[in-house]
Design a protein around this ligand. Structure first.
Ligand SMILES: [Zn+2]
Length: 425
């Protein structure tokens, strides 16, 4: 037992003990929001079940759901009758009123921009993909690209931009989600760009932004394999290597929203040069530019002006499949570094699942049996199995769907945290 002096003890009595959680913080959301989120997550759910799940009285659930129905956010739906309950009133369940709001999700990337529109229940209404010239762009050009993409996806949905309640935007790099600032991104020429405010002014809609890897994790949390998991990791492979980490059913961001930069954890002292300017980052061994760098050197391929990295990597992959030893060794080396990175994630966080995501995963050498065996050697040996690894090689629309989930969260928060008279409008 640590011993305290008498003065310390007196001070403790006035200070209290235990974590100082501000009231109505993120971990203690208002009941109204909890009820809404329960209904949204369930699809269709009877009132009595909401009360049971949240451990509150049916009367308070009835009051809150009446308010939410009046505000047009949820609705009563006749549910299929449970045959065991016999006759009586038709069963009524609650569901989100899908047409209450629509939001857009957009992913601005190095190769192309993609967007989706979803309704309030998360159903996909329209999508659009616009190719782009690779390379960083100044902010005005980025805003033009966003406006063009948004108008095109709205056209596809047959709606005006003004019909949307919000926009979520994901992009690679260091993004402060809460402040809406992009500290650095490979898609922007400037640093410390207040992108959320600039986009909001340009698009005339509320805009939330986030790191694109977080949005893939959000997509898995809202729509995919992560819905029922408290703790899981999503590692993304694209132009860079990213990670989104869900802790206790929420995206973990860190105190300055800069955490979980797996791609820039060091795997080699004084190692290969990374885009971030430092040396030995995981990304500098595993990302597509790292593979391309090796390919141009080892296979003696001169850099051809205008040749895209994708074409170069496809070619490298074809060589590996045809049995070319050098091409194979390039993928194998990247796979070994990937094993180091993934083992570090397991040893630090002990996630229930690791999802590898991104189009680059069609290069299956990256996660070949050898990579996983290497990883097993690097995970601490406890006699317990390491977490399963799933490959989700979905394209950019999944990322855009995550951006839509971000926009839905923001819209919901705005409505449900607002004073009641506003919510009821
Ligand atoms: Zn780096």
């Amino acid at each position: 037992m640590p011993s305290f002096g008498a003065a310390d003890e007196a001070e403790m009595a006035t200070r209290g003990c235990g974590p100082l959680i501000p009231p109505l913080s993120e971990s203690m959301r208002p009941l109204r929001q909890q009820v809404f989120e329960r209904v949204r997550a369930s699809g269709l759910i009877p009132r009595v079940q909401v009360a049971k799940d949240l451990g509150v009285s049916p009367a308070s659930v009835t009051t809150i759901t009446s308010e939410l129905i009046e505000a047009g956010l949820i609705e009563e739906v006749s549910a299929p009758r449970d045959p065991e309950l016999g006759r009586g009133r038709p069963a009524v369940a609650l569901g989100v009123r899908a047409q209450a709001h629509m939001v857009a999700g957009m992913k601005m990337s190095d190769r192309e921009h993609s967007a989706v529109i979803v309704d309030f229940a998360g159903n996909l209404l329209a999508n659009e993909v616009v190719p782009r010239r690779p390379g960083p762009m100044p902010l005005p050009e980025m805003l033009d690209a966003m406006a063009l993409l948004l108008d095109r996806v709205c056209d596809n949905a047959g709606i005006a931009r003004s019909a949307l309640s919000g926009v979520g935007v994901g992009l690679p790099g260091f993004v402060d989600q809460a402040e809406g600032v992009v500290l650095w991104s490979s898609t922007l020429t400037e640093r410390a760009v207040p992108l959320a405010d600039a986009a909001q002014a340009r698009l005339g809609l509320p805009v939330s932004i986030d790191n694109d890897a977080n949005l893939v994790a959000l997509a898995e949390l809202w729509f995919g394999a992560g819905r029922s998991l408290a703790d899981f990791a999503v590692v993304t492979f694209e132009h860079g290597v990213g990670m989104g980490f869900v802790m206790n059913h929420k995206i973990y961001r860190g105190s300055q929203r800069l955490g979980m930069e797996l791609g820039h954890t060091k795997v080699q002292l004084d190692g290969a040069l990374c885009r971030c300017g430092q040396r030995g980052c995981l990304e500098a061994y595993v990302a597509d530019y790292a593979l391309a760098r090796e390919a141009t050197t080892a296979l003696n391929w001169g850099h051809r002006e205008g040749q895209s990295i994708s074409v170069l990597l496809e070619s490298l992959y074809d060589h590996a499949q045809a049995g070319d030893a050098t091409a194979r060794s390039i993928f194998r080396r990247a796979g070994r570094y990937l094993a180091v990175g993934l083992a570090n994630v397991v040893n630090l966080f002990d996630p229930a699942l690791i999802i590898l995501s991104g189009e680059r995963l069609k290069f299956d050498y990256l996660y070949a049996a050898e990579t996983l065996a290497e990883m097993d050697n690097l995970v601490i040996n406890t006699g317990r199995p390491r977490p399963p690894i799933e490959i989700h090689a979905w394209g950019d629309l999944l990322w855009a769907h995550g951006a839509a989930a971000l926009a839905l969260s923001a819209v919901t928060e705005r409505i449900l945290m607002a004073p009641r008279e506003i919510a009821a409008q």
